[in-house]
Each structure stands twice: as C-alpha cells, then as structure tokens.
Design a protein. Structure first.
Length: 133
C-alpha cells in the first residue's frame, strides 16, 4: 500500500485501528503504528467507549485522533469526572464523537471542546437542510 500512495498524499490518508485490535496485540500495534507514521500516514483509534477511557493512558498513544462512541446507551458516562479528565488529557481537536444520535451527545461534545461529529442526528440535519434548498 505504501508504494501506491505518493509521499505527499499520504498525510491525507487515515488508518483507523479498532481499540480491540490494539489491545489484542500491543506489540503488533506499536510496530504497525511506527511503520504507518514513518511512511507519513495518519492513524486514529476507533471504537472507544466512554467507560474505558479512564483505564487508558491516552497521552501515551502517539496517534492523530480518537473516535469515541456517544450513543444513547453510553451518553451518561460523559458526566463522570474520570471520563471527562481522560477526554481532556489530549487536545480536543484529536477527538471525533461518533454515533451521535441525540442533541445531548452533540452538546456534551461541544462542552468538551470537540468539533468533529458523526451520526444519525447530523445525517438527519444535513438531509433536512439539503431538502429545504
């Protein structure tokens, strides 16, 4: 893959590694991360749940971003001090809140300084805007 994408274009390619894959084999993860970063690609950790954040030292992960699920089921965990502390331990621009289904999830992210979101709530709002034009 490294030979297909020219050097200058690599910084626009992001690899998403699921947290379960990372934790399954940390040595393999570190090797892959090192190679991808050396080759100029971006790496994001995907599949994070709020409840696991206090268990991870996010500052030690030299990645470009984190994707946190904020679905209805786990939204209440964003109020826990240890979760808030973990989120704030890395720059806000490294976070993407995914599975945003409710205005409360969007509001929680904005309150934490997050500016990147994915989810049905946003899809619905964009669709409504597009159909009104």
């Amino acid at each position: 893959f490294c030979h297909v994408v020219q050097g200058g274009a690599r910084s626009s390619v992001t690899f998403e590694i699921h947290i379960s894959d990372m934790l399954h084999d940390l040595t393999q993860f570190n090797n892959a991360l090192g190679l991808l970063r050396q080759e100029g690609f971006r790496v994001v950790i995907d599949g994070l749940q709020a409840g696991m954040l206090p268990l991870l030292n996010l500052k030690q992960l030299h990645v470009d971003g984190f994707k946190l699920s904020v679905s209805r089921e786990g939204l209440h965990q964003l109020n826990q001090p240890a979760v808030v502390e973990a989120i704030r331990s890395v720059p806000a621009d490294k976070w993407l809140f995914m599975h945003v289904e409710t205005p409360a999830a969007l509001e929680a992210g904005i309150a934490l300084g997050v500016s990147k979101f994915q989810g049905f709530l946003l899809d619905d709002q964009v669709s409504a805007l597009a159909s009104s034009n």
